[in-house]
Structures are given as C-alpha cells and as structure tokens.
Design a protein around this ligand. Structure first.
Ligand SMILES: [Zn+2]
Length: 103
C-alpha cells in the first residue's frame, strides 16, 4: 500500500504486488461502463511481479459485446475516486495521460 500518491511514471513501474489494496478505475470508451478493479485480485490472476504499465495498455471492456479500450484509467488509493458512500476517497492518479493509443 502506498501512503502518498505516486507519480504517473512511478505508478506504471510499480509491480502489482506493491499496489495490493489499491484499485484501478477504468471507464470504457465504447459503452461508458465504469469499472473499479481491485489490484489484489489482478495480482492473483496474472502475477504480482507484473508492473502496472504492462497491464494498463491491454485493458479492454469486460462486456463481451463491447471489448472497447478504456477512455480513462485511474490508479486509486481506495475503491472510490470521488466521494460516494463507503470508504473515503484517497489519492488518485490518472494513468492514461502517458499511455499510447497508437494502433
Ligand atoms: Zn464497453
């Protein structure tokens, strides 16, 4: 767990194991669905040694009828990037400002 927000570069170089407890918030560019994904689960599925920068460019919408690329990707301290019910929002870092969309 990171106490303070990392820079975008630091976040993209961080292994998933170091980000356990944090969340990815992804908004689909196709259908607009917003998904909050726990990085602890992602580490379990694909391995904690993978770095976030490997994962983010490969994200696609989970809806089989869509499968579009995200419009935005955020690394968030807590599940809530903005205030809602439940846990207070912590820091969040927008990752896609550096992610290439070429191709
Ligand atoms: Zn979608």
């Amino acid at each position: 767990m990171l106490v303070d927000a990392p820079s975008v570069g630091e976040a993209l170089l961080a292994p998933l194991a170091a980000l356990e407890g944090h969340w990815l918030e992804v908004t689909c560019s196709g259908c607009g669905t917003m998904t909050q994904y726990p990085l602890r689960l992602m580490a379990l599925r694909i391995g904690g040694v993978r770095v976030l920068g490997e994962v983010v460019p490969r994200l696609v919408c989970k809806r089989a009828s869509c499968r579009a690329r995200p419009e935005s990707d955020w690394l968030c301290k807590t599940p809530n990037r903005t205030f809602n019910y439940g846990a207070e929002p912590g820091w969040s870092v927008r990752l896609d400002q550096r992610v290439s969309r070429a191709g």
